[in-house]
Design a protein around this ligand. Structure first.
Ligand SMILES: [Zn+2]
Length: 325
């Protein structure tokens, strides 16, 4: 028995095959070449899955189910991507049906942060926790909510959009059309954007040296590395972003009183440089009765969290994991 997981991100896609216990047998990472158009991206994902299968002398008959996830809101019931903020032209795409037909197996779709939460609940940091929240901090910021060991999906499946809480009224514009959302201040792309815009005011910053003077090449990873090396400009940008992230997490702690906050996504590669200020802001800003009992930890599944999440989604729909199991 095997399950296929497909995690389509704005810059990279990860496909994987797992056994019936959710153990990843094989995976492959490919660039999501958004500029080539939707058809081409979907074709390259199909080819990558066929490649994974042939590596293990498997055919589509060996697939019992397929889980797919991507950023942005989805209609899980109808298997549709509603919009993909980082992928223009991906509105109302019947992605579940496309993969179901290609591999002749049932397929389901959900938001990447939602399935990542499911993966941490079943196989990761939330395995022994009743109530926790998951934050993903990468190009955007998303999240998920677990209450009494059940994923809370909301009225139409889109609960946990922690990135779109406003933490700075009249702050920078957000991809959602509002201003001052957490995502517009603390996501990887917003950190990079701000560093690119302001670096010329700090000509001695190590960042300009690392990118040979071309600010367009600055990434959030450069900024965190600069902050680790105590570069003044990098520290200034990074610390502000982490302060807002801490405020966003503290708000959620006050609302939901979780035992644990799990944070995943590319920006968490910065390690304690991210976790330490977030813990500090929670201690300062969340109510003491709530902040005292909450732990803040990295996603146990690391970079694989969303692809394992997609696999977990299919396992849940096939009745292999979930309540009472
Ligand atoms: Zn927003």
């Amino acid at each position: 028995m095997s399950i296929v997981g497909i995690d389509i991100g704005g810059s990279k896609t990860i496909v994987g095959v797992a056994d019936e216990n959710g153990n990843l047998i094989n995976k492959k990472r490919l660039a999501t070449l958004v500029n080539l158009g939707r058809e081409q991206v979907i074709d390259s994902v199909k080819a990558a899955v066929w490649g994974l299968l042939s590596d293990y002398h498997m055919s589509s008959e060996d697939i019992d189910g397929i889980g797919v996830c991507c950023g942005g809101p989805v209609d899980a019931e109808r298997g549709l991507v509603l919009t993909c903020p980082n992928m223009p032209g991906w509105d109302n795409v019947a992605l579940a049906k496309i993969f179901s037909e290609e591999f002749n197996a049932p397929a389901w779709i959900d938001n990447d942060a939602t399935v990542a939460t499911l993966a941490e609940l079943m196989f990761g940091a939330g395995m022994n926790v009743n109530n926790f929240v998951y934050f993903t901090v990468s190009a955007g910021i998303g999240g998920g909510i677990v209450i009494d060991r059940k994923l809370y999906r909301g009225s139409n499946g889109n609960a946990g959009e922690f990135g779109h809480q406003v933490v700075l009224p009249d702050g920078p514009p957000c991809t959602c059309g509002d201003r001052g959302c957490l995502e517009s201040l603390s996501s990887g792309s917003s950190i990079a954007k701000r560093a690119r815009r302001e670096c010329f005011d700090w000509p001695s910053t190590v960042l300009l040296h690392w990118v040979d003077g071309n600010p367009m090449l600055i990434t959030s990873e450069h900024v965190s590395r600069g902050a680790a090396e105590e570069d003044e400009f990098s520290s200034y940008i990074w610390n502000q972003a982490m302060n807002y992230l801490g405020i966003g997490v503290a708000n959620v702690v006050n609302i939901l009183n979780p035992e644990l906050v799990v944070i995943g996504g590319g920006v968490t590669r910065a390690g304690e440089l991210l976790f330490e200020p977030v813990r500090r802001v929670i201690e300062k800003r969340a109510l003491s009765g709530l902040s005292k009992i909450v732990g803040v930890v990295p996603a146990a599944l690391g970079d694989d969290v969303a692809v394992v999440g997609a696999i977990t989604l299919a396992m849940e729909r096939l009745g292999l994991v979930g309540e009472g199991l």
